[in-house]
Design a protein around this ligand. Structure first.
Ligand code: NAI
Length: 380
């Protein structure tokens, strides 16, 4: 028997509800596909409000120790506690475990209403760099002693003029950080037989950071994937690697979505394009995601804790479920993943769905989180 240990964090707000709906579906899909031969060994870890209630800490050391040796984990959303020594539990987890690639596949599910004419042409996977860029958190408030000192340094030592009242943020982007992200994107394209990898950047304006990302991406492709990956416009067969400026990318993915497949990009661009593309296929409620490093793959619902609907049995478990389905694909349990994808399509076609989807699907009947989970289970 193959047993995979997966650490799970229920999460805050709607976290427990969506997790309780999701876990039986993941288990049942695995059982249906493989009988007794494959199995998950679920191990709970505490984080967020549940952890605080039980241990007095939002991110207990025991959780960090377990994750340090883990290969797979999955989590619901976590609230950001105000006034503690870190900005966000999510950011802390990403930084401590060096989960440098945020991967979000975005594909249309039949039956969902979309604001565009041909959402069915959207089949993209975004690789967003997760550790660098303006998210490094190096910021100095307008008027602060630090900002003034830095502005004076820039003027005196670097000959760069910045208004003394400016707030200042630093945007570090490294060759190594860019290359490891682009490498993951190309490996994914090879594994999944995808036609292209597009480097999305704003290098026309931010030449040393965004432009650096572009240049290092091409360098990596040349150094490690020569023969397999071919630069757009050059002769040869293989996966095309090209680049697009961020603003054009927003137009192009709307107007010609069929031309884009795997997108590798910097942190802030990735934040924007992930939500824009998710909206193109009908919203965030069904978008899965994973934060991946070299050791740990941490799957997560892409939405937040939805405090206004928490505890009311209204939440859609789809995002967490599809994140778990990505995990099944990642570990090669693809038959189980296919069962879940088919069930999601069938369940949506049957039009008995949670409130967020019911609002988008004409003639749909609203059901609760738990009942939607049961429908998904019965359609496996
Ligand atoms: P949110 O995603 O929680 O809610 C935005 C809107 O979407 C709300 O109307 C909510 O009711 C709805 N919604 C979200 N998930 C849903 C689901 N599964 N089913 C049905 N409707 C759903 O974003 P918001 O309000 O900005 O953030 C609330 C909290 O969540 C904050 O504390 C934030 O820090 C945290 N958060 C955590 C994330 C994570 O753990 N990865 C990601 C985003 C936010």
């Amino acid at each position: 028997m193959t047993q995979k240990t997966v650490y799970y964090i229920e999460g805050d707000g709607i976290g427990a509800e969506v997790w309780n709906a999701t876990r039986p579906i993941l288990n049942a899909a695995v059982e249906k596909a493989y009988g007794d031969s494959n199995k998950f060994d679920w191990q709970e870890l505490l984080a967020g409000e549940k952890a605080f209630a039980e241990t007095g800490e939002h991110l207990p050391q025991a959780t960090m120790d377990a994750l340090a040796g883990a290969e797979l984990a999955i989590k619901g959303p976590l609230n950001t506690p105000v006034g503690e020594g870190f900005r966000s539990l999510n950011v802390t987890l990403r930084q401590v475990f060096d989960l440098y690639a945020c991967i979000r596949p975005i594909k249309y599910i039949k039956g969902i209403e979309s604001p565009v004419k041909r959402p069915d042409l959207v089949d993209m996977c975004i690789f967003r760099e997760n550790t660098e860029d303006v998210y490094a958190g190096i910021e100095f408030k307008s008027g602060s002693a630090e900002a003034k000192k830095l502005i004076e340094f820039l003027a005196d030592e670097m000959g760069a003029k910045v208004d003394i009242t400016a707030g200042i943020g630093i945007k570090p982007i490294t060759p190594a950080g860019s290359k490891r992200l682009v490498k993951k994107a190309i490996e994914y394209a090879i594994e999944k037989n995808k036609p292209s990898v597009t480097l999305m950047h704003k290098g026309n304006i931010m030449k040393t950071t965004e432009g650096g990302f572009r240049a290092w991406g091409y360098e990596l492709a040349e150094e490690e994937f020569k023969g397999t990956v071919v630069r757009e416009g050059e002769a040869g067969d293989g996966i095309i690697i090209n680049d697009r400026i961020a603003d054009a990318m927003f137009q192009n993915t709307l107007m010609y979505p069929e031309q884009y497949s795997v997108i590798a990009t910097t942190n802030l661009n990735g934040d924007y394009i992930s939500d824009a593309l998710a909206a193109q296929v009908g919203g965030l409620g069904l978008s899965p995601g994973v934060n991946m490093g070299d050791n740990l793959a941490f799957y997560e619902a892409t939405h937040g804790t939805a405090p206004t609907i928490a505890g009311k049995d209204l939440a859609n478990p789809g995002s967490l479920l599809l994140s778990g389905t990505m995990m099944l694909e990642h570990i090669g349990w693809t038959e189980a993943a296919a069962l879940i994808h088919a069930s999601v399509e069938k369940s949506i076609a049957a039009k008995r769905v949670t409130i967020d989807l019911a609002a988008q699907i004409e003639g749909a009947e609203q059901v609760g989180c738990q009942e939607f989970g049961e429908i998904l289970l019965s359609n496996l």
